[in-house]
Ligand binder design. Structure first.
Ligand code: ADP
Ligand code: MG
Length: 238
């Protein structure tokens, strides 16, 4: 677990500013959701935190340490993407172990980590299968398993449920929350779906056009929206 801070973070692509001075403080173990319309800069913020994108100005800190300039692998972070990105020719077990294998971990160490992760995710009976033999929800769980075996200080999710059908999406919301209650890993979760944000977050960050409009607990935003944008975004159906 670690705290995460964005301090006056800015980002431009060429001359085009997309993050225009963002301050966010995330406590150890908190489940924070960045929400806002498509194109407002959510993925860019997440990618900067992961080190996949340089920042143009400001500071990002993880556990109090400034990480500007650190490569992704130098940050103790694991990211789950919306398209799973599983390796089709590898079994579930090998997919989950991949980052450990790359690091040269011993077979016994790999087993020690993959087994409990598979158990938590209900994948124990599927470890020898290949991705094509799995349902959408099972694939999503494997993607999460890959993040869990690394035991990172911070989990990042970028719209992890947007490729699932509505029913499964609701079930997976609950699973991800349960996982967080169990592991208590600091989590930054991106979605454009305000219902997902309202039902899952400890704290919501509402973004609009590269800026933070409001930060607060779900009920706080609902009861006391800071402005018309927050009121209409939080209040309107998906
Ligand atoms: P969101 O995830 O909220 O939908 P993004 O962070 O993906 O938004 O994008 C924010 C803005 O930055 C958009 O206008 C997008 O077109 C632009 N953008 C994102 N990535 C790049 C890139 N690599 N090069 C140029 N513009 C980009
Ligand atoms: Mg995005």
């Amino acid at each position: 677990m670690a705290s995460v801070e964005f301090a006056n973070v800015r980002k431009s692509f060429g001359t085009h500013p997309v993050i225009k001075g963002v301050d966010i403080e995330i406590a150890d173990g908190e489940f924070v959701i960045l929400v806002g319309p498509s194109g407002c800069g959510k993925s860019t913020l997440l990618r900067m935190l992961a080190g996949l994108e340089n920042i143009s100005a400001g500071e990002i800190r993880i556990g109090g340490q400034v990480v500007n300039g650190l490569a992704p692998k130098e940050r103790d972070i694991a990211m789950v993407f919306q398209n799973y990105a599983l390796y089709p020719h590898m079994t579930v077990a090998d997919n989950m172990a991949f980052s450990l294998t790359l690091k040269g971990a011993a077979k016994s160490e790999i087993e020690k980590r993959v087994k409990p992760a598979a158990e938590i995710l209900g994948l124990s009976h599927l470890l020898d299968r290949f991705p094509r033999q799995l349902s959408g929800g099972q694939r999503q769980r494997v993607a999460m398993g890959r993040a869990i075996v690394r035991d990172p200080q911070v989990f990042l999710f970028d719209e992890p449920l947007s490729n699932l059908d509505a029913k499964l999406r609701v079930a997976m919301r609950a699973e991800i929350k349960e996982l967080h209650q169990r592991l208590k890993t600091t989590t930054v979760y991106v979605t454009h779906d305000q219902i997902e944000a309202m039902t899952m977050a400890d704290k919501i960050v509402v973004m609009h056009d590269g800026l933070v409009e409001q930060i607060g607990a779900p009920l706080e935003l609902y009861d006391q929206p800071a402005n018309l944008f927050v009121a209409s975004f939080i209040g309107s159906p998906a």
